[in-house]
Design a protein around this ligand. Structure first.
Ligand SMILES: Cc1cc2nc3c(=O)[nH]c(=O)nc-3n(C[C@H](O)[C@H](O)[C@H](O)COP(=O)(O)O)c2cc1C
Length: 368
């Protein structure tokens, strides 16, 4: 049903307009008491076997909404209503900013992919903090807060910019993510180099501890799929050295040599590519990270996840949590439900008693 709707309505609309329209519906449904209960019951059934503990939180399951969909924290309950077990808002920057000129979001329908160069359009961390402070949650969910650098702030002053957002937002976050991997803020990805990343993560950790004294806010870093293997290892080692809580792998890619079949004019649009074509590389990055860090820190798998089988593969490869964005555009509101159902079935048919037992299982040596 959604697929027909997508082809007849959304596909003919500008992708960003379609996003705002769908977003408006989700927010409206979440604000309407009887409707939201009905929608949540239909779309977010709970599976006992998928219960997940991660980052000091108990969650209904491992599957969350990746950053970028709810940049300003206006639809957290709406996304929980649709079945996302955690919701990562942002990227939020210290200063409000409009993002890049439109058009800046493109659908590559034959490839089940998107290209975006949104450029962190968001209300800024002061406004988002006010919104989170005023919020009365309807559904129990885990809230991730993803922060990035304000575009006009030079690279040398990036640390201060992230610290400002941390001071404003950490108190509202169940976990905090330092995003250094979006391709649409010039110079941002240079911060992934460990010489830049070490002082940045150290300062954000200190700011979080200074601001929130009654608990330890888990801190994660989100990395690009375009890092070299040596860079991935270096980030993994740094995460262990700094006592980071997790790594999110991966953001969108700037690569285009991925066997894409869409209109070349679209393929050549500047920006980050997401969806099915990044699946293999995101999985590879995750595998590499798990081989390095094992279960010492929480790995979050994201990038091209569409089916329950994709999600299951990420868990076996080492992800405790998984996230998605692009497939939601193509699969629609029944996506989380199908994914949870399929994942629960895979776990039941596997040799593992719990989902936690399956995390990283493919790395275990089989002894003859
Ligand atoms: C339109 C769009 C906007 C995004 N904005 C952000 C963002 O602000 N911050 C971020 O960390 N990731 C952002 N992402 C990346 C996603 O969170 C995710 O890492 C990436 O899309 C890969 O997952 P997917 O293939 O399931 O979409 C964005 C992705 C899309 C498609």
């Amino acid at each position: 049903m959604y697929k027909t709707f997508f082809h007849l309505i959304f596909q003919r609309m500008d992708p960003e307009k379609a996003h705002h329209l769908a977003f408006g519906w989700i927010r409206l449904a979440a604000r309407t008491p009887v409707l939201r209960t009905f929608v949540a019951a239909a779309l977010a059934p709970r599976f006992k076997e998928l219960r997940t503990e991660a980052l000091g939180r108990r969650m209904h399951g491992p599957f969350g909404l990746a950053a970028g969909f709810d940049k300003n924290a206006t639809a957290i309950d709406g996304m929980a209503m649709l079945g996302f077990d955690h919701v990562e808002i942002g990227t939020v920057t210290a200063q409000p900013q409009p993002g890049n000129p439109k058009k800046r979001l493109f659908r590559l329908v034959p490839d089940r992919a998107l290209i975006n160069r949104m450029g962190f359009n968001n209300d800024g961390s002061a406004a988002v903090a006010d919104r989170l402070a005023a919020r009365t949650p309807v559904f129990r969910t885990t809230l991730g807060v993803n922060i990035g650098k304000t575009k006009v702030v030079p690279e040398e002053e990036a640390v201060g910019d992230y610290v400002t957002s941390t001071e404003r937002l950490a108190a509202h976050a169940d976990y905090l993510v330092v995003n250094v991997s979006s391709p649409n803020t010039p110079g941002l990805r240079n911060l992934q180099a460990v010489d830049h990343l070490r002082p940045l993560l150290t300062a954000v950790r200190e700011a979080a501890d200074r601001t929130v004294t009654d608990r330890r806010v888990p801190l994660l870093v989100k990395i690009a799929p375009d890092l070299t293997d040596a860079d991935i290892d270096a980030v993994a080692d740094l995460a262990l050295e700094l006592g980071l809580d997790g790594i999110i792998a991966t953001n969108t890619t700037i690569a285009r040599d991925l066997g894409l079949t869409s209109d070349p004019a679209l393929i050549n649009e500047a920006g980050g590519l997401s969806g099915a074509p990044v699946k293999d590389r995101s999985l590879e990055v995750l595998r590499r990270l798990y081989a390095r860090v094992g279960d010492r820190i929480t790995l979050v798998g994201v990038g091209g996840i569409t089916t329950a089988e994709d999600a299951w593969q990420r868990i076996l490869a080492g992800a405790t949590l998984i996230q998605g964005y692009s497939a939601f555009i193509y699969e629609g509101p029944f996506w989380c439900r199908a994914l949870h159902k399929g994942l629960a079935a895979r776990l039941r048919n596997s040799p593992y008693a719990t989902l936690a037992d399956a995390v990283g299982a493919e790395h275990q040596q089989v002894t003859p």
